[in-house]
Design a protein. Sequence first.
Length: 336
Amino acid sequence: MPRTGNFGGFEFDEEVFTGMMQEADYWRTPIIASGIVQQDSSIMNLIGEQGNVATIPIYKPLNANESGMEALNNDGMTDNTPVEIRGDKQTCMLIQRMKAFKAKDFTKELTGADPMTLIRNKIAGYYAQVWEIELMNIAAAVLSVSGLSNHVLDLATESKSIEAGTIYDAEQAALGDMAEGLGLLVMHSMIYKEYKKMDMVDFSKYVVEGLIQKEIILPTIAGKHVLVTDNFTKNDTTYLTYLFGEGAFLSCDKNNYENQYTTNYDPETSAGIEKFYTKQGKVLHPNGLSLAVDNIAKESPTKAELGTTANWSLKFNEKNVKMGLIKSVANNTPTA
């Protein structure tokens, strides 16, 4: 039997609500459109029913320019001796977060014919912010890993602002001949304004698939989707512009919760309060790096632990890590 209750004066069915939440978009549209978060349900199989850590095997690419990997001359005399395929592993951990709410936070809005959807939209929007904060916190940490120093273009040390070619310079420095792999820019509104002044902002139509198909017009710069936010993108007077590529993060949702979304009624406090409890778990892992899980104190990593550079190590060739960072200052030159 489904667990039912009341929230905000409306009947609440946990099973129905959980299904609705699974259909909701957790990522803001530019992140969805850019494909930087790659869903991989097999990670949860590696974690198991009661685990929280997964080890993902990595096979090194076959590089014909690498010593020992050159093609041999088929001259009838040379032995075609097999070389062993080399591998490594990256370790990820399940991130679990929770939050409880009181019914009165929602009462004024729950006056429509579909209160379950209204509640769902509020909670989905809340967790979209939660996971965006986690993603950007992780990105800031891993971009300070020593092996990724080429992925940071620092103009701020010379008090320089962005120019028309800055994005291309950052791409080439980070990925070299694989520089076309970055598809999302996360930038401060001040930097976005500078690109608009340079007439570099275009708009493209994107179709979001789902229960209801909808068309959204998204800004692009240099062919990349743009997420404009004043969160995460400024440190004192330095502006931080992040570049992400498709598959920069691996992700999967924890789907074996008991009572993931549930209500409770407290008849004692303030003569009665309806409460709503939520929890979500997700692997959100920077592809190509490994988390030092022995450094994690409890069963779910804290934001501080995920934001500590020393807890991450590089496993991929740096050109295969699809992220970069531009540090710059504001351009205070007035427009002519």
